[in-house]
Ligand binder design. Structure first.
Ligand SMILES: [Fe+2]
Ligand SMILES: [Fe+2]
Length: 349
């Protein structure tokens, strides 16, 4: 164990003899610093950060009360215990001293044993308090670290789940990245908080996780789906919601909503529930736009990539039918940003 360092005591008094007396009394047990007036007391306190201060009240210039008040105002010196030192004949306002945050009074002439005992007691108290504060800080840091780790793990799992979904899809990993960024741009444009936008960026990649549950012959069929096959295909939002489950974490809650509602349409003609207008959760309406925009502007095995103008036309036609008109207008307004993402995550053939 490391040896505890000798406590430092600051003695403030304008009378030399009082100082000598206290130094003599405490010097063999503690390291004692001295100050002869209020101003220098404040300086020494800031520089040396003593463990305790013995503070004379009646001093020319700045009196003890004022010194105390200033020490308590500063973060660095606030927690240093202050013991006022007064002559018994001086009429002091004890109430004021305690109100200012002093912990005790010692009266002159000193009783050596009493001074030593008081100093010792208050130093012990201070040390105990420091230990509790230190302990709390460590506890707090540990909690924060654990929370961060938990968040990281959660994010990693969400990412792996997204990767798993990609294996079951004929769309590329870049689709998921682009549509997430498009959705993120739109989320920010419609006023979502930064925290929600970040969640959106991480949750959107899971929109099609339910395709894990769609049989290969349907999922990978090159031609057009029959009505019956399409019906099965339309179960992927509900399957996705079931895979993600009802978790309390904000990230998974959002991922659940996105998977479940990204194929709902503003006019109620979407699936799986045929929700209408603002019945559709905001995140579902945001993802619908980002997802469709990327689908039409990307090359797929069965189709060429559409030029931007044609894609914008299609989106416009969907305003109020497929898409929330207000959000769609915002999306079109932010087209330059959208296109820079498209360029950044371009498919290399
Ligand atoms: Fe989907
Ligand atoms: Fe998609």
């Amino acid at each position: 164990m490391t040896q505890e360092k000798t406590p430092v005591i600051l003695v403030v008094d304008d009378t030399r003899t009082n100082i000598d007396l206290l130094v003599h009394l405490l010097g063999d047990q503690y390291e004692v610093s001295v100050a002869l007036d209020g101003e220098s007391a404040l300086e020494v306190a800031m520089e040396e950060r003593p463990d305790l201060i013995l503070l004379d009240i009646m001093m020319p210039g700045m009196d003890g009360y004022e010194v105390c008040r200033r020490l308590k105002m500063r973060e660095e010196t606030r927690n240093i215990p202050i013991l006022f030192v007064t002559a018994r004949k001086e009429s002091v306002d004890e109430e004021q001293g305690f109100a200012l945050g002093a912990v005790d009074y010692i009266t002159k002439p000193f009783s050596p044993l009493l001074v030593k005992a008081r100093v010792k007691t208050h130093l012990r108290l201070k040390q105990a308090l420091d230990r509790v504060t230190h302990h709390n800080r460590i506890l707090e840091e540990t909690v924060q670290q654990r929370t961060a780790e938990l968040r990281e793990t959660q994010l990693a799992i969400v990412r792996r789940l997204g990767r798993a979904a990609e294996f079951r899809d004929n769309e590329t990993g870049l689709h998921v990245i682009r549509m997430s960024y498009y959705t993120h741009i739109l989320g920010a444009a419609c006023g979502l908080s930064e925290a929600d936008c970040t969640l959106l960026l991480h949750a959107a990649p899971l929109h099609d996780v339910g395709k894990i549950g769609i049989p290969d012959p349907i999922l990978l069929k090159p031609g057009k789906l029959t009505a019956e096959e399409f019906q099965i295909m339309q179960t992927h939002p509900s399957i996705g919601a079931e895979i993600i489950g009802k978790d309390e974490s904000p990230l998974l809650k959002m991922a659940f909503l996105i998977a479940y509602t990204h194929h709902e349409k503003w006019d109620g003609s979407g699936y799986p529930r045929g929700l209408r207008g603002e019945e559709i959760p905001l995140v579902g309406r945001l993802v619908a736009i980002g997802d469709v925009f990327d689908a039409v502007t990307s090359k797929r095995p069965y189709k060429e990539a559409w030029p931007i103008d044609r894609a914008i036309d299609l989106l416009r036609q969907g305003s109020g039918h497929h898409f929330d008109p207000r959000l769609l207008a915002l999306f079109l307004e932010n087209m330059p940003e959208v296109l820079s993402i498209k360029e950044k995550f371009r498919e290399h053939e």
